[in-house]
Design a protein around this ligand. Structure first.
Ligand code: UDP
Length: 448
């Protein structure tokens, strides 16, 4: 967007260092770039995005954060990253500001909520800042409830309460609350990530037609700043890859050979782990369902083995008959393929949105964090999927796949999925809620 003749405003983006956070931030960058802004991405060295996939952006790695190496403890890693990065980030930006010409001023910083050091740095540099939340609005409310329940000493909750409804959070049960890792550290992170400080706005990668009620409650809570639900960003941004792993496109050729709506696509995202027993149960469950399946097994995601070499020979032979396994798939294209009729997912928020946008019903197998909340909304609010409540057992998986792919209830979910997809499409068109929010967001950034 041009301001004062040739002036092109720069927006500095600070993504969180995980696939599910990098992707929406880079999508936001593409959206803003196509609206005339220059984009600088300041990123951690861990999970660094690939600059060659975005030649239109400038990339600035934060100087060495090696003391914050990922040791498998995600929360400790993020807390340490925030402690280590603020001063360095501020130096980088101050240097950028010294070098910037009169035609290239920094309009604002947009940071992932996990990278909350950016807000403090922006304040010191007297730059406006905006928070991007890459999870659902419902998840934000669930986190808020979690902090309150902790204050009232109801967390951690005893096993017998796990099915109890959380007051005022229908349809969530205690077991759906977004809990992750070491509880005290996690709550510490949540309260920092939820505090917007002096930020000027909050962006959500969600859609009013999906989360109208949750968004309304959040806006009441944060009445001092505007909230912009501008999702689904992958639909609005130009398509460029932000994948940290190499996508195996061979599966698209395999999908071309399968019949319409017949394939169940299986992926548990970029962070979840399984043990060998669960891998084997999953394999037999899929094979026994008699449906064709495309299964992503991320290298390193099975505890105690590198990949699928551990699968018994008889299972491998069975899989060869109607299955296809990849290490990483071009997920958005897979979900858009006419052969794909269902998604067995961990219900990360990006995967959930990508599935909704293609009208694909889901089998939800939430693993941790916000996934339980998303799964509950998929199965009980939008009613476009069913949840696998048990441990991963072959008979349960087989039954769930057949319920979704073959039975009448799956057909009903597919119908509702197609309706929801249409509603979401309307929100992204001219005059739709996401489109209106985006226009308002751009106006605010230009007014800084
Ligand atoms: N993804 C992909 N290929 C795969 C599996 C996942 O491209 O084989 C992408 C998927 O499209 C989504 C992201 O990885 O955009 C995962 O994000 P999500 O929020 O669903 O889950 P997380 O990985 O954060 O648990």
């Amino acid at each position: 967007m041009e301001k004062e003749g040739k002036r092109r405003l720069r927006v500095v983006l600070v993504p969180g260092p995980f696939q599910g956070h990098i992707t929406p931030m880079l999508q936001l960058g593409s959206i803003l770039h196509s609206n005339g802004f220059s984009i600088t991405v300041v990123h951690a060295q861990y999970n660094s995005p690939e600059p060659s996939s975005h030649p239109e952006f400038s990339f600035l790695p934060l100087p060495d954060t090696s003391s914050a190496v990922l040791t498998g403890e995600l929360i400790a890693f993020v807390l340490q990253l925030n402690t280590n990065c603020k001063a360095r980030f501020q130096e980088c930006l101050a240097e950028e500001m010294r070098q910037q010409g009169p035609d290239d001023g920094i309009a604002c910083i947009i940071h992932d909520e996990l990278m909350y050091f950016s807000e403090a740095a922006a304040k010191d540099l007297t730059l406006p800042s905006i928070v991007l939340r890459t999870n659902s609005a419902a998840n934000f409310l669930a986190r808020h409830a979690l902090l309150q329940l902790k204050e009232e000493d109801h967390i951690p909750f005893p096993e017998f309460r796990s099915q109890d409804p959380v007051p005022e959070l229908y349809p969530l049960r205690f077991k759906d609350l977004p809990i992750l890792g070491n509880l005290d550290k996690y709550l510490q992170l949540l309260s920092k990530a939820s505090n917007i400080g002096t930020s000027s706005a909050i962006i959500y990668n969600t859609i009013d037609c999906l989360e109208n009620s949750s968004l309304g409650k959040i806006q009441q809570q944060y009445h001092q700043v505007p909230i912009f639900p501008i999702g689904p960003m992958h639909r609005i941004a130009s398509a460029s890859s932000s994948s940290l792993l190499k996508e195996d496109t061979g599966c698209m050729v395999w999908l071309d050979k399968q019949s319409y709506n017949s394939v169940i696509y299986v992926s548990l995202g970029s962070l979840a782990f399984m043990d060998v027993k669960e891998l084997v149960e999953m394999g037999w469950g899929l094979a026994n369902s008699q449906q064709p399946f495309l299964w992503v097994v991320r290298p390193g995601s099975i505890r105690g083995t590198e990949w699928i070499e551990i699968l018994p020979k008889s299972l491998k032979e069975n899989i060869r008959m109607r299955g296809y396994i990849v290490k990483w798939a071009p997920q958005k294209e897979v979900l858009a393929h006419s052969a794909v009729g269902g998604f067995l997912s961990h219900c990360g928020w990006n995967s959930t949105l990508e599935s909704i946008c293609e009208g694909i019903p889901m089998i939800c197998k939430p693993c941790f964090g916000d996934q339980g909340v998303n799964a509950r909304y998929v199965s009980h609010i939008w009613r476009i999927g069913l949840e696998l409540e048990s441990n991963l057992e072959r008979s349960e998986i087989e039954r769930a796949v057949r319920r979704l792919m073959v039975d009448e209830e799956g057909k009903e979910m597919r119908k509702r999925g197609k309706n929801l997809k249409e509603k979401v499409e309307i929100c992204t068109r001219d005059g739709g809620s996401s489109n209106n929010s985006l226009n308002k967001l751009i106006k605010i950034i230009m007014s800084f």
